[in-house]
Design a protein around this ligand. Structure first.
Ligand SMILES: *Cc1c(COP(=O)(O)O)cnc(C)c1O
Length: 405
């Protein structure tokens, strides 16, 4: 999964270009920077590689989500439909623009269940935010249809699925806007960074201004820029962009290693008929950063996790159901509306309602799911060893459960 595994001379070269001039900021200083514009170069590379009209870099993936929401005019009291299985950044971003996160069920794609989205629409709904978790995607045709019918905005949180595609288009470029994260554990890294991608020029212009205190960037004198609206500071630095530029040039290599390693490991687990795999929507191309698989019951899954831990092979395997970062079951701070500052009554009551809302359909899926992170640097031999040990553990647990039954 992470680009940091293949960090090297290319990244050092790009960073050194910036260190040579000492111009660490992405805007201005046209003379002293001697033609070095890493952030601009990375934005151009993103539009070319992922096939979108515009790309605006940000200081993080979270900042990219906040920027996209603002640029799409989502704010106070607007409802944003998002999945119960995601990363905390998704609801943090929604809350920080004053909007209300409306959490709904996931299905075997591990992303938004279209029928659950439909059922959650109210007169306040403004946006559907699928989160393409663990490298693969939501059913984007179904969600686009719902958006069209109800005049809603589609914002793809593609932070975890760089390099995946749906019907020939890159994830993150299909909705009204989409975001990637380039944090340290993502497919490609800038250390910290993110991007808003869009085909809508207005959304881009607003994102560009929003990430830099509302500057219009119309002239060459930064001091003379006008501020058509109030913004923020979500700028990426040239040093970070330089790392990303080296990484993005290696994306093709990363993806082919990842897909190959994923496929090799999958072949081991496929030997066990009781195992099923995450559903990829028709026309989807999984980036393969994780291999996500299901066992028949929660009890068996918990026993497999316990046995893997006992045998020292749990590292790199994620049981999201009890994970503090990714599933509603452990988000007490969200359900208790624990914030440092006051939030609106509308937001607060929506969050407190989560305490008494249950998601049995998602529980039934997430309680049986384990995701194995795919390394770029595994050897064939390491995958064989990993695969055989995992298969042995699973067979052992299945046999024990059968004998008990
Ligand atoms: C990583 C991630 C983010 C946030 O990205 P940061 O760069 O860490 O702020 C948002 N959404 C999802 C699904 C992520 O995995």
């Amino acid at each position: 999964m992470p680009g940091f595994e293949l960090f090297g001379a290319e990244e050092r070269k790009e960073v050194n270009d910036v260190l040579e001039t000492g111009i660490l900021m992405r805007y201005g200083f046209d003379g002293p920077r001697k033609g070095i514009w890493k952030a601009k170069e990375l934005e151009t590379a993103i539009t070319e590689i992922f096939g979108c009209g515009y790309a605006q870099l940000t200081s993080s993936g979270t900042a990219a989500l906040i920027t996209a929401l603002a640029a799409l005019h989502i704010g106070a009291g607007d409802e944003v439909i998002m999945p119960v299985f995601t990363f905390v950044a998704s609801f943090e971003a929604v809350l920080s623009v004053g909007a209300v996160p409306v959490l709904v069920d996931v299905d075997e794609t591990l992303t938004l269940k279209p029928e659950a989205v439909r059922a959650a629409i109210t007169s306040k709904t403004k946006c559907i935010m699928p989160v393409h978790m663990c490298g693969s995607m939501a059913d984007l045709d179904a969600l686009t249809k719902i958006c069209t019918e109800h005049k809603l905005v589609l914002l793809e949180d593609a932070c975890q699925s760089i390099g995946g595609s749906y019907k020939g288009r890159s994830l993150g470029t299909i909705g009204n806007a989409g975001t990637f994260s380039f944090d340290f554990v993502k497919m490609i890294t800038c250390a910290e960074g993110g991007v808003v991608m869009t085909n809508d020029k207005e959304v881009y212009i607003k994102s560009d201004g929003y990430t830099d205190h509302g500057h219009d960037h119309a002239g060459i004198d930064r001091g003379a820029d006008l501020h058509p609206f109030i913004g923020n500071n979500f700028r990426i630095s040239e040093l970070h962009a330089a790392v990303g530029l080296a990484q993005i040039r290696k994306l093709g290599t990363f993806l082919s290693l990842q897909k190959n390693n994923n496929k090799t490991l999958r072949a081991y687990l496929q030997r066990i008929p009781d195992i099923s795999f995450r559903v990829v929507p028709e026309g989807g191309d999984d980036s393969c950063s994780f291999l996500s698989w299901f066992l028949p019951t929660e009890e068996i899954t918990k026993a497999v996790v316990a046995e893997m831990k006992l045998q020292g092979i749990l590292a790199g395997n994620f049981y999201w159901y009890v994970n503090n970062w990714h599933y509603l079951s452990k988000w007490d701070h969200l359900k208790n509306a624990t914030t440092l500052n006051a939030i609106s009554e509308v937001q607060k009551s929506a969050l407190l309602k989560l305490k008494v809302t249950t998601f049995p359909a998602s529980d039934a899926i997430m309680s049986r799911c384990i995701s194995t992170a795919i390394s770029l640097v595994w050897t064939e031999e390491q995958i064989r060893e990993k695969g055989e040990k995992m298969v042995a553990v699973i067979k052992k647990v299945l046999q024990e459960k059968r004998q008990q039954a």
